[in-house]
Ligand binder design. Sequence first.
Ligand code: UD2
Ligand code: MN
Length: 579
Amino acid sequence: DHVGNNFDLDNLQNQGGDDFDDLRNDLNQENELSNQMQGPGEYSGPFPDSKVAEGVQSQLIDYHNYTQQQLDKARTGLGEHGKSAKVPASSKQEEDRLYLANGFNGLLSDLIALDRALPDTRDPTCGSYRYYKELPTVSIVIPFFEEQLSALKRTVVSVINRSPKHLIKEIILVDDGSTTRPDLNYPLERWLETEAPVGRVVRLSERQGLIAARMAGAREALGDVILILDSHCEVMVNWLPPLLSPIADNYRTAVCPLIDVIKWNTFSYTIQDNGAKGGFDWHFYYKRIPLSTEETAKLPAPYPNPVMNGGLFAMSRQFFFELGGYDPGVQIWGGEQYNLSFKVWQCGGRMLDVPCSRVGHVFRGTHTNRPIAKQQNYLSKNYKRVALVWMDEYIEALYKKMPELRSLNAGDITGELAIKERLQCKSFKWFLENIATDMVKIYPPFPDPDFANGTLRNVESGQCLDTGGRTVGDPIQHPCNGGSNQKFAWCWRETIRIPNEQFCLEAAPSSGRGPTLYNCNNASPPSKQKWKYNPYTKMLMDTAKNQCLEVAPSQKLMMATCSPGLSKQQWDFKNINFD
Ligand code: UD2
Ligand code: MN
């Protein structure tokens, strides 16, 4: 496992004046502690109040609908079995128009059957799992805004065809103030009446965003469980019982299916992965973080997920409303997945990804002319609200990457703070140290400050160290151009990193060979990744073999016995900044 462990601070140097040293130090110690306590991949939720343990839910049944599977198997036609499809070339103009309006191929969606068959992308063992005979009922809430009607219908049809009928209490479609598509009005209701009477529409008078729309649906829900879907999804065979089972065990559980990819242009159905954890970097970009070897070995068992993707999840209605649902100040789109994930974990719940439950989602392409919201700067405000309420001192890590957030007025957060107080929710530090442990190794909130940074120029050749555009592999010498491939940071823990904080310069094990770039390992010196740079002799020496970086007569880089005064071993850090 070569993921940089940035919390291994056994070589801590005193950087007086750095406010976050203590924080990092604590984080490190407790991180080690939690690694010891939580065996790899072994998970016992904070609330092991399982009804199974009490013997109440002991009867298990096979929920597969084999008749439906046979019908699916026999299907032929456009896009069937998730195969890549296209529209006739003669319809190019209409195709382009509907692509821009949706961010996906709306015309192709219209041409593919609403009840098309999907490939079974589950782990093969999923076919043999049985689930509780008694499961909670579910209200499925689907917000939509200027959606392609066929995509919305296909979502509803796939839910109806692939779910045990008695478990679906209702399907609540929430129209978030769509105005441009007449077919989303009465024709939708009429279709539901005949084709899907379990469905109904709730309409908002104007666009309030997906968060408010989901809340409006959730408030109307009567089922035991609230399950949210996007308006362009297709669910996989037997997707529902595996999702409901962990909630039956413990009502303070949120669950997510694995999300498969329905391609925006061809509607082909493919997988992203067979399991990974959700996380984010400190720009709040959502990230998928690989499972450890131990966790992978336990698949397809459900595993704790620190951060949901956002659009597809289920929770017991009781727990959802105990948490107050979403922060009503989070508007339009974005950040709500952090809001809810932090709430669930910090306020006494758990969140699981359930690999035997898979749902396809149409991820939009990059070009759309979908209507923009009248609210301005909502994403930054959403982020700041989430951070102010739930992230404590770690808000500083976001400020470092997004300084504009600091002065932004995020509105009144007293309602959210009252929920946090009432439920005695845990700190964000607890969340990072116990739940998002892998994420902070890859995206440390407070990475090491640099001691020096800039280009490394060889005195003899006048050329610069250059990554050649690779993050892993052998760096080269190249005429200095000040570009991003030539930026290196010499950090106070003696690593030489490229600016993304994950890849470090590593000395070759023997002389005559060149250094390479590799994932930072933060091993203590003596180490191939720990260097000493002397600004007076200008020599750059590794601490494993005490050799110096030299430009060979061939102009290649190599490690060689250090000899002071040789210009081929002298390097200038240009734009040097001492912290
Ligand atoms: C992802 C999530 C999405 C949501 C979003 C914001 C997945 C697969 N997708 O974006 O669910 O969490 O991130 O963080 O997890 N909608 C409205 N009103 C609006 C905008 C959207 O009702 O003002 C609906 C829309 O029709 C759709 C859902 O909300 O059903 C999500 O919107 P999206 O599909 O544009 O977001 P997506 O999938 O890019
Ligand atoms: Mn979506």
